[in-house]
Ligand binder design. Structure first.
Ligand code: ADP
Ligand code: ZN
Length: 724
């Protein structure tokens, strides 16, 4: 503590799990306002925080430490600060934890670092080599490049460029600090819209011209051309000088999509996702704060960028569970996009072929506009869907495709068309069992079986990532060569496919086999028919446009139904309808075949009849009578600890402290379905409340005074999407 006294003080929120903002003294030479980014001392370190409140007045002799410095960045807007507080309140979390999401590029707080480019000086090096010659050619013409760019373009190592600099053949030139973003052209790549698209676009334009907060749901079947429609809304916002955020559930899959945005607006959009390098992250952060990046295509955390004049958020594939953050602050991106729009008074557009019941409910209640696109674009038709009853189907032991499905795949391949087989299971086999003693290979630290990944010759736990080699002998009975795989994963399905169709060019799409740029390339190549047969996990259900694909086969439709998730029916419908929707998007009609043991299940029957509205009405009725979302509210409490007994005792203590409330029900504690993860034992509570109940107040009252000590943890999940 310093003994200095300050004329004024400020409360600074730090990106840490602290109960509130901390007070600091303002040195006399410094002027600070709410929203300013500052560096302050905390213990022995310095940290970046945001001036949250300015109590003002005479701080007298308060023994405070001084703010170290004010950072040279536009202050955080008041609405942004309110947004952070709103999230912390709603998700019963700490504002500092939410602030951390908004400080993901600390290096961007300040001037951009100087960049140097090199151009030919006119002097030639003493010794000329072919490599040097190529560099000099690139450096002599057109724009000025950085050393790494020169080396890349000339196809030489960086030492060649360095050598030329040293000898004076290249001279340094200062470049603008950040490479600029091109301004989008609102009419550039505009396609002629169909009558249906035009009507939908007109509705969106009208909504935007009203100004203020509105939400529209574009509910259009797969391939209906929703993207072109929301591009029109984006064009309207851009023409009004506003920035636009386009949110996608999984940015890794978007190479094809980014190119489409670039084509439409004649400018590459800024990207924002967790896989970016710090330098690029900082560039985007600064350009968003300066209002220079007009279009950002981003993953969920893009909501927390320092928007200067955001005027529209589009949430594509709004039904995707990936929008719910599962670690850290457990916010739902779609819901928070809507909140952000309402706090800042601008519109939000949601789009999906399989909208969430939450959004449909808001349409029903007149809160969201409904923009319907019932037909596919152009001549394409929705695929016909047929069920295959696996209780009666002809299936050879050790194979997973019924002869019906295999026959259809073979026929499609013979016609020179593309086929897709969907199985939402990574790896070779979900279980490995000893045929001698019945031992099952399980994770040491999780209540889960180890999944065989034959391609890498390992057993892996899908919950903690633990990996071990496939053993030669059974660890329980010592028998040799008795361990056998049980059930299929995509790798095993690929094995069957290779045996059946050795000539087919096969692509396996699974997150553990291919990611990053290789995945983008693979998706591009599939779209261009470099593969005949695609086998994939839910990676294939994500809005891809594969024009040559005419057959979608769903190998096990029942997997997602066998969970404790109250959204299991909705989720299964979304997944199956999306996978089926990959077929027949081009010139030739498509079909989808669904292997199921539950053909009488109302969901399967509705899929086959193409009766989406019937299925959704029934699902809504179930939710309503059970008081489940969207008719009621849920929150989960997850208690965990390394000691089984201590964890259970803690869960029971929490149970005894539950406040009494007439309308709010607490279920549990019960051991979580996933009762052990990474060596931590887990118990769950589920809180069920009517829509109008104040769940947050209930949770706060309940948890105040409960402290998780030592290895114990208590996590709150408002609007949970995981029930494991
Ligand atoms: P959705 O997102 O609804 O599944 P897309 O927007 O991807 O559908 O459109 C499906 C296909 O139709 C894409 O290849 C797209 O380029 C094409 N398309 C959509 N609208 C038009 C249009 N107005 N003119 C030409 N092609 C279009
Ligand atoms: Zn594990």
């Amino acid at each position: 503590m310093s003994d200095e006294s300050f004329k004024t003080t400020v409360d600074v929120l730090l990106p840490l799990a602290l109960p509130g903002a901390y007070s600091y003294g303002v040195p006399d030479h410094m002027t600070l306002d709410e929203g300013d980014y500052v560096a302050v001392p905390l213990g022995p370190r310095q940290m970046i925080g945001v001036v949250w409140k300015k109590p003002g007045g005479d701080a007298g002799s308060a023994r405070l430490r001084p703010v170290a410095r004010r950072l040279d960045a536009p202050p955080m807007a008041a609405a942004h600060r309110r947004f952070i507080e709103w999230i912390a309140h709603y998700y019963v979390d700490l504002p500092g934890n939410v602030l951390r999401l908004a400080l993901r590029a600390p290096g961007a707080l300040g001037a951009a670092p100087q960049r140097l480019g090199y151009r030919a000086s006119g002097a030639l090096p003493a010794k000329m080599t072919p490599q040097r010659q190529r560099v000099m050619e690139v450096a002599g013409e057109g724009p000025v490049f950085m050393a790494s760019e020169l080396a890349d373009m000339a196809g030489v190592g960086s030492s060649v460029v360095k050598g030329l600099v040293k000898e004076g053949a290249l001279k340094a030139v200062a470049l603008p600090a950040d490479a600029p973003f091109r301004a989008p052209q609102v009419m550039a790549g505009k396609l002629g819209l169909s009558a249906g698209q035009e009507a939908a676009a007109a509705e969106l334009r009208a909504m935007l011209s009203q100004r203020g907060f509105h939400v529209a749901l574009i509910d259009g079947v797969t391939g209906s051309g929703k993207t072109e429609v929301y591009f029109e809304a984006m064009a309207t916002a851009l023409a009004a000088g506003r920035q636009v955020l386009l949110l996608l559930p999984e940015i890794a899959l978007t190479g094809q999509f980014l190119a489409r945005v670039e084509e439409r607006f004649a400018a590459a959009p800024a990207e924002w996702h967790s896989g970016m390098r710090p330098r690029e992250r900082e560039r985007v952060w600064r350009a968003v704060a300066a209002g220079e990046a007009k279009i950002v295509v981003g993953a969920r955390s893009a909501l927390f960028l320092p928007w200067k004049m955001l005027g529209l958020i589009v949430v594509d594939e709004e039904h995707e569970p990936a929008y719910k953050q599962s670690d850290g602050v457990s916010y739902h991106t779609r819901d928070m996009a809507v909140v952000y729009g309402s706090l800042n008074d601008f519109p939000v557009v949601l789009a999906s072929a399989t909208p969430s019941l939450e959004s449909l409910y808001n349409v029903e209640r007149g809160r969201y506009r409904h923009i319907h696109l019932p037909d596919r674009h152009g001549r394409a038709e929705l695929p016909a869907i047929k069920l295959i009853d696996m209780r009666r189907a002809e299936v050879t032991a050790g194979r997973w495709l019924s002869e019906d499905l295999a026959g259809e795949v073979g026929a499609a391949l013979e016609r020179g068309e593309q086929a897709l087989l969907f199985l939402n299971r990574r790896g070779y086999a979900p279980l490995t069992l000893c045929r001698a003693c019945g031992h099952r290979m399980a994770c040491r630290d999780c209540s889960a079986w180890l999944v065989e990944h034959r391609f890498r010759n390992i057993l892996q736990c899908h919950h903690c990532g633990h990996v071990e080699p496939v053993p030669e002998t059974c660890p329980a009975c010592g028998a040799v060569g008795t361990l056998a795989p049980v059930g299929p994963g995509v790798e095993r399905l690929a094995e069957e496919a290779r045996a059946r169709w050795p000539e087919a060019r096969l692509a396996v799409l699974s997150s553990d086999l291919v990611h990053g740029r290789a995945l983008t390339t693979l998706i591009h190549d599939i779209a261009h028919h470099a593969y005949d047969l695609i086998i994939g996990t839910q990676l294939v259900a994500k809005g891809h446009h594969f024009p040559h694909l005419t057959l979608a086969g769903i190998v096990d439709a029942d997997l997602a139904l066998e969970t404790a998730d109250p959204r299991a029916g909705e989720r299964t419908w979304q997944l199956l309808a999306q996978v089926a929707g990959r077929a027949g998007r081009g010139d030739r009609p498509g079909r989808a075949l669904i292997q199921t043991h539950l053909p009488e299940h109302p969901l399967m029957a509705a899929l086959e009849r193409g009766d989406r509205d019937g299925f959704l009405a029934q699902e809504m009725a179930i939710r309503r009578s059970a008081g489940l979302p969207p008719y009621g509210r849920l929150a989960a409490l997850i208690v965990s600890g390394t000691d089984a007994n201590a964890t259970e005792r803690f869960a029971r203590l929490i149970a005894r402290r539950a406040p009494r409330a007439q309308d709010i029900k607490v279920l549990g504690p019960a051991p979580a379905p996933l009762s052990l993860v990474r060596g931590r034992h887990r118990w769950r509570f589920l809180v069920k409340a009517p829509r109008e109940a104040d769940v947050q107040a209930f949770l706060r009252a309940w948890l105040s005074g409960i402290e998780a000590k030592g290895a114990l943890r208590l996590a709150v999940d408002v609007d949970p999407y995981s029930f494991l």
